[in-house]
Design a protein around this ligand. Structure first.
Ligand code: DHB
Ligand code: MG
Length: 221
């Protein structure tokens, strides 16, 4: 199988199954205006996150890594009126793009973009004894995944679900000798999960329009 075929199948399934309206389409296309074009989740992954929100009944959602707000729109919409989604974004320029996408989607009441280093935002949420989140989506700088996971667990409750994007990275996650900080961060995160008896987890490999990658999904016992 080639990358072109993965992308073709991804598009086929998205066109058939994923209902992307104008607000979502604009948000996805506007990732080109952010500092990191093209790294937002795919339509099929966005729809998966939305389904997960609805399957778990999540109404308090935490996202680490906003980019253009595409995944935030999927999750906040799925959660319904009265839901709260806090999304952490380092870059003001990305947050500006995301805010207009969220406003356009009519979700400004539900979504709060917090600009700054996510580690500091999370530390401050923990210090303020923020109510636990039902679902956390971690999709930011991969080298910090161990810290983000640690904070996500502290900000969750038994039954909360945590999803971490980009666990496989073209297969390089198995390279124990890697000097790539992103791979080191992801491998440390996997080790943390493996040794944490509070967590039940699995990770699934995916192929699609963004190549070969995957995500980790875990539930706090
Ligand atoms: C990268 C980051 C992502 O979150 C993603 O889904 C794909 C790629 C990156 O930093 O390269
Ligand atoms: Mg990602």
């Amino acid at each position: 199988m080639s990358a072109e075929q993965w992308a073709e199948v991804d598009s086929y399934l998205a066109e058939k199954l994923v209902d992307e309206d104008q607000a979502l389409r604009t948000a996805r296309e506007s990732s080109g205006e952010t500092l990191y074009p093209g790294i937002d989740v795919t339509p099929n992954m966005g729809a998966f996150l939305g389904l997960l929100v609805q399957i778990t009944g999540a109404v308090r959602i935490l996202e680490i890594g906003t980019l253009a707000g595409y995944s935030a729109i999927w999750m906040a919409r799925a959660a319904g009126p009265g839901a709260q989604l806090v999304t952490c974004e380092l870059e003001q320029a990305n947050a500006d793009v995301a805010q207009s996408n969220i406003d356009r989607a009519g979700l400004s009441e539900r979504v709060n973009i917090v600009i700054g280093a996510a580690a500091e935002t999370l530390e401050s949420l923990i210090r303020q004894h923020e109510d636990p989140f039902d679902l956390v989506f971690i999709d930011a700088d991969k080298k910090s995944n161990p810290d983000y996971l640690d904070a996500a667990v502290q900000l969750s409750r038994p039954g909360s679900v945590i999803v971490i994007d980009n666990t496989v990275r073209g297969g390089s996650v198995v390279d124990a000798a890697s000097h790539d900080p992103d791979i080191i961060g992801t491998r440390r995160m996997v080790d943390m999960i493996a040794s944490d008896s509070r967590l039940t987890a699995t990770a699934l490999q995916t192929v699609g329009s963004k190549g070969w990658d995957g995500f980790t999904i875990l539930r706090r016992k």
